[in-house]
Design a protein around this ligand. Structure first.
Ligand code: FPP
Length: 235
């Protein structure tokens, strides 16, 4: 059997925690806790099989509209799990980066985010991008505003703008675009995730809730990816 290709960049929309909790007669916060446990498992497995960049959608700019109790539970989980990530991802040579407007979080969470980024910056293995307070449209607007500022200050000429230059203003600057985007939970939507970067990504949707998504499901998604023929607009 030919060697399968491991996609260099995998994105996952971690969806279905709420439905998982309902299925188990538990509060939604317990679904997020189970989802956070799985975040560790899948991150470590992706690193083990040789994924170079993994982007996980943890909190969107729209998630603030959830009930205060649920938002509070999520913030608590981010703190707990980021502290743990600091320990166990470090041992696995994983570099953690955050994409999104992290200034929207409470000062203690922002401090922890900085700590995780700084401590893992020298790591040379997989890059884990955590999309937190992230929205694809907001990212594009932010990039356009930063480019406009640079143009106004004379640091760049508007005529220089092309896709390559624009992508250097995105949170993911310097990283390859995702090859594969996976959405568990049965929904078939992009939900404002990596809007610019997903132009040629292969999409795989699974009818599995995120807390039930196993390493074998990542393998299955990679097998499906390998069965696709990517043409990037060519023939
Ligand atoms: C979507 O499920 C999931 C979220 C909004 C939160 C995802 C967060 C985690 C898995 C925790 C990750 C932890 C760290 C430290 C990154 P949903 O609530 O929309 O589920 P539903 O559609 O079934 O209601």
């Amino acid at each position: 059997m030919p060697e399968r290709e491991i996609p260099a960049h995998v994105g996952i929309i971690m969806d279905g925690n709420g439905r998982w909790a309902k299925k188990h007669f538990q509060p939604r916060s317990m679904g997020h806790r189970a989802g956070a446990q799985n975040f560790r498992t899948i991150t470590r497995y992706a690193s083990k099989i040789g994924v170079k960049h993994l982007t996980l959608y943890a909190f969107s700019t729209e998630n603030w509209s959830r009930p205060a109790e649920e938002v509070g539970a999520l913030m608590g989980l981010f703190k707990d799990y980021l502290r743990e990530a600091l320990r166990d991802f470090m041992d696995e040579n994983i570099r953690v980066r955050f994409i999104g407007d992290v200034e929207g979080f409470a000062p203690d969470l922002q401090e922890l985010i900085r700590e995780v980024e700084e401590a893992s910056a020298p790591k040379t293995g997989m890059v884990l991008n955590l999309a937190m307070n992230y929205g694809g449209r907001a990212e594009i607007v932010r990039a356009a505003a930063a480019f406009a500022r640079d143009a106004q200050a004379g640091r760049v000429a508007p005529s220089q703008l092309d896709e390559g230059l624009f992508s250097r203003y995105l949170y993911t600057a310097g990283q390859p675009d995702p090859d594969l985007i996976i959405r568990p939970s049965g929904e078939q939507r992009i939900s404002n995730f990596l809007l610019w970067q997903c132009a040629y990504a292969e999409f795989v949707y699974f009818d599995i809730l995120w807390p039930d998504f196993k390493p074998q499901d990542l393998d299955r998604a990679i097998d499906i990816y390998n069965s696709r023929q990517r043409r990037f607009g060519g023939v």
